[in-house]
Every structure is written in structure tokens, then in C-alpha cells.
Design a protein around this ligand. Structure first.
Ligand SMILES: [Zn+2]
Length: 267
């Protein structure tokens, strides 16, 4: 069954629905501020199952599988504030400008999303106000507070990517994704490439653009923060052991990055 809310965002999220924003280590002292746009795959009860079988919600079209476990553990290792979003990207994609066609996708990879077909402007607006806005408002508030308090802030946006997309296998274990920042990405790339067992993508499998992304352009670039996205291949973080290992590896690498940035007086 597919239902739609319109008008007031409180019509979309009821008392039985989880809040969209999840935070961990809000008092953490790390310069790294972690965000996770595709952390969860919840669907507001009001929207039913969007007309999809349950199997689709295990796939990358609904969320970034594995990244939640990595984000939780990395936040703890670094003592870094994590701000994550619990609703499926099929409800509204929190890393797309809300006016982009892919914000509320009618088709994702090759799957038609029945609950997103013929959506009215009002219904799209309700999703934005209930899910997208609170998440990005919170990231903005946290950055405001950190800047006001003189807390160094480096934005790291965490994602995972599917091993095979549209029939093409991806060779990278991990990729950086960035656009305008020239400080963090080269350092991150160098340290990842120093790991002998990794195939590292430089803006692969995705690059950042103002048209296709939101978190990095709006919260990183427009605020003048050092920033990068990270994409980890999903088969490597499919279980808890993989998530733990990747979090430990990234914590070690971000520790080295912090030391290097302090030596360059960038923090
Ligand atoms: Zn993602």
C-alpha cells in the first residue's frame, strides 16, 4: 500500500516513526565532523512500503549498506561528532539538491519506485520538511557552533558503493570524492594509497558536483571547511568484522591526517 502525506510535515512522521537525525559523540573533541546521508533505510509508516518488495530495501538503492556500522565505530575511535540520517534515500535523498530530479527518485538503477510516481509538489515538500530539512539544519547548526567556538572542523561525508552497478564491476576498495577542497583530499588520497592492499579511486566511482550532491557543496565548500567524501565498497563492509576493520583503518589514517594538518597549521 502506498499512501502520501501532504501539507504539514507532522502528517508524514508520527509518534511511531523515528526522528530523522541520529547523533553520536556530540561532545567529541575531534576536528573531524562526520556526516552520513544514507545511514538508514527507515520508511515513514505513512508511506507504507513505497510499493516495493522487502528485498529492495536490502539493496543500495534504499541506503548505503554497511556504512552505519563503520560510521558508528569511526565516530567512537576518533571521538568525532557523527550526524546521520535514518530514512531511506528512496523517501528523499539527503545528498541531492531538493530540486534535482533524483531527489525523490522515480527510478533507481533499474527499479521503478511506485510510491514515488506522480508525487505532487506538496507531497515532495512534506518529505523535504520532515526528513531533509531537519538533517541539514542540524549539520548547519553544529558547524555554526563550532565556528563560533573556534573549534577546528573538517567535514568527512561517509558513503558506501555497490560492487556492481548496471552490470559493471567496480575495482576500487575505497574512493575519495571531492571537488573544490585542495587541502584534505590529496592528503587522504596519499595515505590511502600508502596502504599496500588497497585499490583507491580518485573521485571514483563518483565525483562531487553542485548538481548531484548537497552535503559537501553546501556544508563543506560553501562554509570554507576542509572536506572530502569517502566511499567504501559494500562487499568489504557487509558484516560487523569488516565494518570494524575499516573503522580501525580509517581511524588510524585520520589520526595521521590530523597530525599532518596540525603540522601545517591548518588546524
Ligand atoms: Zn551514499
Amino acid at each position: 500500500m502506498v499512501l502520501d502525506g501532504a501539507g504539514d510535515p507532522s502528517l508524514l512522521l508520527g509518534s511511531e516513526d523515528v526522528p530523522p537525525v541520529l547523533e553520536d559523540n556530540a561532545a567529541g573533541r575531534s576536528p573531524f565532523l562526520l556526516t552520513c546521508d544514507h545511514y538508514g533505510r527507515s520508511i515513514p509508516r505513512m508511506l507504507g512500503d513505497l510499493g516495493l518488495p522487502a528485498t529492495e530495501f536490502a539493496r543500495h538503492i534504499a541506503w548505503d549498506p554497511g556504512i552505519a556500522g563503520v560510521a558508528d565505530a569511526l565516530s567512537k575511535h576518533l571521538g568525532a561528532h557523527l550526524i546521520a540520517q535514518r530514512y531511506s534515500r528512496l523517501v528523499i535523498d539527503c545528498n541531492r539538491p531538493p530540486d534535482a530530479i533524483s531527489s525523490i527518485p522515480r527510478i533507481s538503477e533499474a527499479t521503478v519506485i511506485p510510491g514515488n510516481e506522480g508525487l505532487t509538489r506538496d507531497a515532495a515538500e512534506v518529505r523535504r520538511r520532515a526528513v531533509f530539512d531537519p538533517y541539514h539544519r542540524r549539520i548547519g547548526e553544529v558547524i555554526d557552533r563550532r565556528l563560533r567556538d573556534g573549534v577546528p572542523t573538517v567535514l568527512v561525508s561517509l558513503h558506501s558503493f555497490t560492487c556492481v552497478y548496471a552490470g559493471i564491476a567496480r575495482p576500487w576498495h575505497i574512493g575519495t570524492l571531492y571537488h573544490r577542497d585542495t587541502r584534505l583530499p590529496p592528503l587522504l588520497l596519499k595515505l590511502l594509497r600508502d596502504e599496500p592492499d588497497l585499490v583507491v579511486g580518485d573521485n571514483e566511482p563518483y565525483a562531487v558536483s553542485d548538481e548531484t550532491d548537497y552535503t559537501i557543496p553546501v556544508h563543506g565548500e560553501a562554509r570554507g571547511l576542509m572536506n572530502s567524501g569517502i566511499e567504501i565498497r559494500q562487499d568489504l563492509i557487509a558484516d560487523e568484522a569488516g565494518q570494524r576493520q575499516w573503522a580501525e583503518r580509517l581511524a588510524r589514517i585520520f589520526g595521521e591526517i590530523e597530525t599532518a594538518l596540525r603540522a601545517q597549521r591548518l588546524l
